[in-house]
Design a protein. Structure first.
Length: 463
């Protein structure tokens, strides 16, 4: 292992002693050592309280425990690295902190004449008044401790043929420190020595970042370590309050009677398809009401007996939702619907009513026009259902994976839309994209509180 780096425990690693037993504990795991030798104990304490190289730590073990134990120390150290407990630093520039288990830190022997450039997936962000370098390819984040580290990264992002370590240092700092810093960037995959594979080249930066952020179990996500609580000051109501006093009551179908005449689930699944052509006679208000009742109404309101997370009232609806929080809202943009004026409406799932929040005007018409363009410019949509998310309803609990969970909810809601529309002999189509900014202006929404996340077209089936 290279002596280019100094090692230390992650800041959240704690020690506790009980007699001859030493326990080293992270928020996720613990390691108990029975009767550790003085050299090993001292080396671990150095890792907790100072930055030392592998050679310095081995010297401590050799002095107190003997040469054989010092030779074995590096393999024991690798186990701690694998757990994600060990930070590697190049002082005074930067410290690499593991953010996942099964961590590896391998600093290769380099040909310093080969091109070196920061990966296109690496990005800088600010956290706790420090610059952090991260990449979805890496299981570490690098804390930049000095402005010169940021300057070096900036140069690495625009390397040309005249690159040398000396020009990279540019009299800012010692060349050997720059060499070690580059090795740190390579070991943490912020610099890739090999060309991207064909599979990796297909990924856009934001897609890979989103994928890793919602799938990686991060060691530094301290919010997961305690039971989340829905604070009263941040509470989003279990249903959104009515948005207007212009209320249209919707009929409630008789589900027992429908069960006698509906096609089977297998038939609905097998015959489901996207249909973008409609009958001359548009969908009726009665059909729209039945559709919304069967797909999105509140079936029941309840409260957990032991409400440990202070959630308050929860609901049951026809589609599943993480934590039964139901953050999705449905807005109906009506172009043609028998019995209902054109305009923009919000669906109230508790009362099973529509609340008109906008007349037909050019901005509302533009929503219909965009949906028509997005789906091949066949028939103009009769009804456009725009699904939004009230982010605060979900993020307090599912912070790191919240947006990914919203997209899963959109998927199950869209499938519910498809199957019910198929059973009702309507024409359904999910839409791949939408203009959240435009809809937010029309519906007067704060995009950080609530924004559109899915669109679905519905109309009468062409005979």
């Amino acid at each position: 292992m290279s002596d280019s780096f100094t090692l230390s425990f992650r800041p959240d690693i704690a020690f506790s002693s009980e007699g001859d037993r030493l326990t080293v504990r992270s928020p996720q795991n613990s390691l108990t050592l029975e009767n550790p030798k003085p050299g090993l104990r001292t080396a671990l304490e150095h890792l907790k309280h100072s930055n030392q190289t592998v050679s310095q730590l081995q010297a401590v073990v050799a002095e107190l425990d003997g040469i054989e134990d010092s030779l074995n120390f590096e393999s024991e150290l690798q186990k701690l690295i694998h757990l994600g407990w060990i930070c590697h630093s190049v002082l005074p520039l930067a410290t690499a902190i593991p953010i996942a288990e099964n961590y590896q830190f391998i600093a290769p022997v380099l040909d310093w004449q080969q091109p070196l450039i920061i990966s296109r997936f690496a990005f800088l962000r600010q956290e706790h008044q420090q610059f952090i370098l991260e990449s979805p390819l890496s299981k570490a984040k690098i804390i930049l401790l000095d402005w010169r580290a940021t300057a070096i990264i900036g140069k690495l992002a625009q390397i040309d043929a005249s690159f040398t370590l000396e020009t990279l240092a540019d009299n800012l700092i010692d060349t050997e420190i720059v060499r070690s810093f580059i090795q740190l960037l390579i070991a943490t995959e912020m610099i890739l020595l090999e060309p991207e594979s064909k599979a990796l080249a297909e990924w856009e930066f934001h897609n890979l970042l989103f994928h890793r952020q919602t799938r990686l179990q991060r060691l530094d996500d301290v919010r997961k370590l305690k039971l989340p609580s829905f604070e009263e000051s941040d509470r989003s109501q279990f249903v959104k309050p009515p948005m207007s006093k212009q209320v249209i009551s919707l009929e409630k179908p008789n589900l027992e009677e429908l069960a006698k005449t509906d096609i089977s689930l297998t038939q609905a699944i097998e015959s489901r398809q996207s249909i973008r052509e409609y009958n001359d006679q548009p969908i009726t208000l009665h059909q729209l009401g039945e559709f919304l009742y069967r797909t999105a109404r509140v079936k029941e309101v309840y409260t957990h007996e032991e409400d440990l997370m202070n959630i308050g009232e929860c609901t049951k609806r026809p589609y599943p939702c993480g934590g039964a929080l139901y953050e999705l809202e449905i807005y109906a943009v009506i172009n043609r619907c028998q019995g209902l004026d054109a305009g923009l409406y919000h669906y109230q799932p508790l009362s099973h009513t529509l609340h008109q929040i906008g007349d037909w005007h050019p901005e509302v018409e533009a929503l219909i026009f965009d949906a028509w363009k997005s789906t091949g410019q066949q028939d103009i949509p009769q009804v456009l259902l725009i699904v939004t998310a009230r982010f605060g309803r979900l993020f307090w609990k599912y912070h790191g994976i919240g947006y990914g969970l919203i997209l899963k909810h959109i998927g199950v809601l869209h499938q519910t839309f498809y199957l019910v529309a198929t059973a009702m002999k309507l024409a359904p189509t999910a839409i791949g994209g939408g203009n959240s900014e435009q809809f937010g202006k029309v519906a007067n929404l704060n995009e950080h509180e609530e924004s559109s996340v899915g669109e679905f077209m519905l109309g009468s089936l062409k005979q």
